[in-house]
Design a protein around this ligand. Sequence first.
Ligand code: CAP
Ligand code: MG
Length: 468
Amino acid sequence: MEPKYKPGKDDFVVLLWAKGTMNIEQLAEGIAAESSVGTFTKIKTMNERIFKHYRAHVFEIIKTSDNSGFIKIAYPLEHFDQKNVIQFCASVLGNIYGLLEIEELYIMDISFPEKYQKQFKGPIGLEAIRKYVGTEKSRRPHCGTIVKPKVGLTPTEFADVAYKVLSNGLDLVKDDENLVDQDFCRWRDRTDLVNKAMNRAELETGEKKLYCCNISDSSIERMEKRLDYLHSHGLKMVMLDVFVLGMPATMHMVNLAHRYRMFTHAHRAGYAALHRGNYGYNFGILAKFYRMFGLDQLHVGTGVGKMDGAPHTIRRFARLATNNEIRASIAEGGLELSKFDKSIAPLMPVASGGLHAGLTEGLFEIFGNDFTMQAGGGVHGHPRGSEAGAKALRAASDAIGEGITLEEKAKSSKELAEVLKKFGYIKGYKVKTMLNIFDENRALFDSTVRKQGLDALRLFDKSFDARE
Ligand code: CAP
Ligand code: MG
């Protein structure tokens, strides 16, 4: 433990929670050693140079009991291969999870030095997507749908749904994460038909539309061919199941897509296996990686829908997508300050999972104006079908752009009124109040988490549930 060590601007800082069968000081030293230059014993091959330049420094321990607590570790830039994130992950997110003495290990946040970030080009980004869709002025959130059922529709059925929603106000349609090229819906047939449907809807509405086409595959060659095909047919966006694809395949496809100036949409299916519970690492770390890699749209949760995450937690992820300086406290699961290099543009955060138009005001409190809201069941489950569902979602998006409430908007949108009746209405102030309570009591929550540990943080996450 080096309490006097002050991390410099070229250090990586890692905040983690650990609990184990040794005292927390020993656990911390074991973690720092295993993830940098150490092994289980003193070795003759160690020398002054290595110890001085490459070792990790435990500089703070926030003890919650003899054998548990939060640990801050700094890693020097020279430790890492600065063109290769896999080497970083094998160090910092690697062996430590397997140490025998560890019972809980959760990496909460990592700050990346700006010098390390220089290897990445970042997203084409949020503003470019807005420009393409034509919403730079209105600043309304984008609205889209995941064509449902997840799998099973034929290409003709799928394209028919796409036409219905795009010609009735939606900006985007997307494939589900588990739809690529199955027998019942061949990828190329679907792409051709959706492209036609989209062109028709664009002509009719005078608006630009996006088809978020899933090319995810275990074969890089097939993904490359699909990307080329999309590009040569004038499509602007491509979807990747980034977590299951892994980092190298994701980075490779993003780089290729960006050569064509095509936008990339990141679905994060699988991430929660690491993110939830007290063993693994927080999605915020992946969000930082994905933004540096250049993903242009990223699922970050909703705070009001069907998936995990309280409003304040999702707000942090949204800020990781759009801000260049992100302040967070330990009760939010973050480091005090993270910075993106100015060359890394903001990306468009995507709110998805159990959404419907009645939740839009709540989303606005969490995200502000800059996000895409996607509803699958919330569009196709409209009492009068997908067209009406699309109209309702667009009305909700327009309401945010116009600065009026959903109740007001529902007076001129029958479809929206029907959604509010069927699915309900979470008023914006409910979510706003929750966020305010969290912010006003932050100091108290922080000190509780510092005394009681990760379980207390989990409890705050559960007790701030806007859905109750
Ligand atoms: C949403 C969705 C998305 C989730 C993923 C689904 O559909 O298509 O995959 O949003 O979660 O299959 O659940 P619904 P996340 O609108 O019908 O719920 O965005 O949290 O990664
Ligand atoms: Mg899905």
